[in-house]
Design a protein around this ligand. Structure first.
Ligand code: ZN
Ligand code: ZN
Length: 347
C-alpha cells in the first residue's frame, strides 16, 4: 500500500527509480529497522542494500523485498540498479560527498534531488502507527506519574532526568525520543535547557520535556510543575489556559498557521507576546519533529490521522518559563489527546 502510493508519485514525477536512504523512509517503505539501509524502488522491483550485520534481520523484517549484501563502495553497488535512468533521491538525507560519488559512478543517470521526500506521506498515520504512538504516550505518562513523588526541594535536574528515563525504559520504551529536558527555577526560561546539578528549591517551577519510543514511534510531552507558590504562578495559569483553548480548536480543515496564530492572539490579549519564542508545535512519528510543522508559515491543513504536538510556552529571561505540551491526534470530527498526564500539577 505504502509502496504503491510511492510508485504512483514516481510516475507523476516521471522517475524510473527512487533511491531512499534516510532510516525513517527506509523503515516506512520496507519495514527494515536497521540504521544502514539503502532502498531502491522501480515500478517492478524493490531492492534493499545493507551490510553483513543486518542481512539476516533485513530478510526477516522487509517483506517482499530483495535483500542485497552491501560490500565495497556504496556508489558502485547502487550503480548496478540505476544505470541510464532518471532517479529521485532524498537530497536532505545524502551528504555532498555521497551525492558526488553516485554521480561519478553513474554518469548516464539523471539524479533528481527531492528534499524532505516522504514526509507528506508519513504525516497522515495509519491505525498501526497510531497504536505505536499511543503506546509511546502511555509509557511517558506512566513514567511521569511514578516520578512525581520524587520531585521535592534538594533533588537536582540530572537526578530527575535519570529517574524519568529509567522509568520510561523499564516501562518498555526502546530509547528516549530525544534528550530529556529538566529545567528548574530561572533556568526554565531556556526552552531547551540541558539538565544540570542545579537543585530544586522550595518555591519553584520545573519544566520536564520528554518522550518514549514504541516500535520506532515517538511521543512528546512537556509539563511544568509548580512547587509551592513561585513568583511566576500567573504565567503558569495563563499557559495552561492557552494550551487548553488551542487543543480544543484542533480539527480537520483548520490550517497549522491558523492554530499558531490563535495561540499568539491569546498571548497578545494577555500582553505577553514578547515572551513567545517558538512556534506552536510539530508532527510526531518515526521522527520526533516531522511534518506538519505547526508554525506561522505552515499552510498545511489538518486531516484525520495526523499526529501533532500543541506546546505553547512563555519564557521570561532571567526569571523562568512555562511550557505545556501534548501529543494530539486529529480525528474525523476533532481531536484526541494521546498524552493524558494532568496539566495542573502543584506539589
Ligand atoms: Zn517536547
Ligand atoms: Zn515537541
Amino acid at each position: 500500500m505504502r509502496r504503491s502510493k510511492l510508485r504512483h508519485d514516481m510516475r507523476q514525477l516521471n522517475l524510473d527509480a527512487m533511491y531512499l536512504s534516510s532510516p525513517e523512509n527506509v523503515r516506512y517503505f520496507s519495514g527494515f529497522t536497521g540504521d544502514n539501509g539503502h532502498l531502491i524502488l522501480t515500478q517492478e522491483e524493490q531492492i534493499l542494500l545493507t551490510d553483513g550485520r543486518y542481512t539476516e534481520q533485513a530478510a526477516m523484517e522487509a517483506k517482499d523485498v530483495t535483500v542485497v549484501l552491501l560490500s565495497g563502495k556504496l556508489s558502485a553497488a547502487i550503480s548496478k540498479y540505476v544505470v541510464s535512468r532518471r532517479v529521485g533521491y532524498e537530497s536532505s538525507a545524502l551528504s555532498d560527498d555521497t551525492a558526488r560519488a553516485l554521480r561519478a559512478a553513474c554518469p548516464d543517470t539523471e539524479w533528481v534531488p527531492l528534499s524532505h521526500f516522504g514526509l507528506a506521506a508519513r504525516s497522515v498515520k495509519d491505525a498501526d502507527e497510531i497504536a505505536h504512538i499511543r503506546r509511546a504516550c502511555a509509557i511517558a505518562d506512566a513514567a511521569f506519574a511514578e516520578l512525581l513523588p520524587l520531585i521535592r526541594p534538594g533533588v537536582t535536574e540530572r537526578e530527575l532526568k535519570r529517574e524519568l528515563e529509567y522509568r520510561m525504559d523499564r516501562l518498555g520504551s526502546e530509547h528516549t525520543a530525544f534528550s530529556t529536558i529538566v529545567a528548574c527555577g530561572e533556568r526554565s526560561s531556556l526552552p531547551h535547557a540541558t539538565p544540570t546539578d542545579h537543585a530544586v528549591s522550595e518555591h519553584d517551577l520545573i519544566t520536564f520535556d520528554f518522550g518514549a519510543v514504541s516500535c520506532g514511534y515517538a511521543s512528546d510531552i512537556t509539563r511544568t510543575v509548580m512547587l509551592g507558590t513561585p513568583e511566576l504562578s500567573h504565567v503558569f495559569e495563563l499557559v495552561l489556559s492557552v494550551q487548553k483553548q488551542v487543543v480544543e480548536r484542533v480539527c480537520p480543515g483548520i490550517s497549522c498557521s491558523e492554530l499558531d496564530a490563535f495561540q499568539r492572539s491569546l498571548f497578545a490579549e494577555a500582553g505577553m507576546s514578547e515572551y513567545v519564542v517558538h512556534s506552536l508545535g510539530h508532527g510526531v512519528g518515526l521522527q520526533i519533529h516531522e511534518d506538519p510543522r505547526v508554525s506561522p508559515g505552515s499552510e498545511t491543513v489538518l486531516t484525520p490521522g495526523m499526529v501533532i504536538t500543541i506546546e505553547p510556552g512563555l519564557y521570561l529571561p532571567g526569571k523562568g518559563g512555562v511550557r505545556t505540551e501534548d501529543t494530539v491526534l486529529v480525528t474525523e470530527h476533532g481531536f484526541e489527546r494521546l498524552t493524558n498526564t494532568p496539566h495542573h500539577i502543584v506539589l
